[in-house]
Structures are given as C-alpha cells and as structure tokens.
Design a protein around this ligand. Structure first.
Ligand code: ADP
Ligand code: MG
Length: 212
C-alpha cells in the first residue's frame, strides 16, 4: 500500500478498539498503581463510542473522520486522557486537510500534528512519564523511515518498535504530569498507563496498514 484511505483508517480505529478491549484489565491495573484505576475503562468507553459512530464512515475524508473521532472522545471520556486522545485525533485529522489518501509522509505529518496537540494541551515534555514518552519516539521513527522512502506499513512498524521502547523507558521515571505526579518519587518503578495505551494505538495502525 502506498497510501491509507478512510477505510484503512476506520480499520485502524476498529483494531485499536479491539486491542484496548484485550488489554483493558492491564491498563486499569497499571492505572491502579500510579493513578485511579480507570484508564482501561475510560478508553474502552471512548473507543466503543467511536466505533459505534464512525465504524461505517469509510467514504468521508480522513479529516472529517477524525474530527468526529476526536469530538466523540472528548465528549465520552473524562479525566486527562479523553481531552488528550481527542486532541490527538482532531489534530491528526486537521493535518490531513482535504486529502482522500495519506501516504507515508502525510501519515507521519499527521502523527506529528497529533503529538504536538497533546503537548500543547497537556504541557508534558519527554521524560515526564506520560503518553508523550511513547508518541515522541514513534513520530521520530516514522519521520526517519519516511525520509528513507519507507512504505506506510514499514514506517508504522518502525514507529511501533520505537513506541514500545519509549513505553518501557517510562518505568524508572518519576511522573511530573497528571495524577501519577501526586505520588512523587513513588511513581518510579511502574509503567505509565497512557504510554502503554498509545503504544497499542501505534500497534493498531501498523496492523491496519499491513493488512492486504
Ligand atoms: P486520569 O489521570 O484523569 O484518571 P486516565 O487514567 O484515563 O486519566 O489517563 C492517565 C494517563 O494520561 C497517564 O498515564 C498519562 O500517560 C496521561 N496523562 C496525564 N496527564 C497528562 C499530560 N498532562 N500530558 C500528557 N499525558 C498525560
Ligand atoms: Mg486514571
């Protein structure tokens, strides 16, 4: 595949919802250690609503698709992650402009725009033990692969592997943003739930772009 259509991007959302369902207990468990034990339930509520609303929207533009996704997440998921995930998708969609198909460069730019939106909204820097710690290396790896002429599928594979490393690197970090920061030094030694869920988001994108 040289470019992702809205059908491929709906497939991404459906696959992300399935991965969240599969890992819901694990996400909640991680959030019970350094947060308030709702990250899994927050995300599945949001993604169930997203798939119910846009699961058949394969003929709209990516921009319109993700505008709907972002607004659905903002309105159905509370806490920190709803507005952050919502902003990610709103910016991702806005980056797509009027395009019907997103090639590796356009997908990388959209991923970067989504990340920038999360940073603008949540003010987290890399190293603060948040979803930014997995999204940043993913966007960097995507750009590097795309600059080398990688296909969307290969760029997404590189981005997923980078996200996994970024996720795992949150374990020793002390949280400086969100609820986990209330724990101070006691937040160290645990995976960040949001870094874990955004790694599932990139995994789902890899799987959707690899599909025939
Ligand atoms: P809440 O913290 O409101 O209960 P969730 O449990 O759904 O929300 O999400 C927690 C995750 O949100 C954290 O693991 C972290 O990755 C992410 N997060 C929290 N605050 C921020 C922030 N300011 N910037 C980026 N990500 C954040
Ligand atoms: Mg929570």
């Amino acid at each position: 595949m040289t470019g992702a259509t809205s059908a491929d991007l709906v497939d991404w959302l459906v696959r992300f919802r399935a991965l969240v369902k599969e890992h819901q207990g694990e996400l909640t468990e991680l959030d019970s250690v350094i947060g308030d034990a709702d990250h899994g339930s927050n995300l599945i509520r949001g993604m169930d609503a997203v798939v119910a609303r846009v699961g058949n929207d394969t003929l709209v533009t990516p921009a319109d698709l993700f505008k709907n996704v972002g607004m659905t997440l903002v309105s159905t998921v509370g806490g920190a992650s709803g507005p952050l995930y919502g902003t990610f998708f709103l910016r991702f969609g806005a980056s797509a402009g009027g395009a019907d198909t997103l090639d590796a460069n356009a997908l990388g730019a959209a991923l970067r725009a989504g990340l920038d939106g999360v940073v603008a909204r949540g003010k987290a820097a890399p190293g603060d033990k948040t979803m930014v710690d997995a999204l940043t290396p993913a966007a960097d790896a995507w750009d590097a692969a795309a600059a080398d002429g990688a296909s969307p599928s290969d760029a997404a594979t590189a981005a997923f592997e980078a996200a996994e490393r970024g996720r795992d690197a949150t374990i020793p970090l002390v949280a400086r943003k969100g609820r986990a920061s209330y724990l101070g030094e006691r937040s160290a030694g645990h995976l960040d739930p949001g870094a874990t869920s955004v790694t599932l988001l990139v995994e789902a994108l890899r799987d959707a772009l690899a599909a025939p």
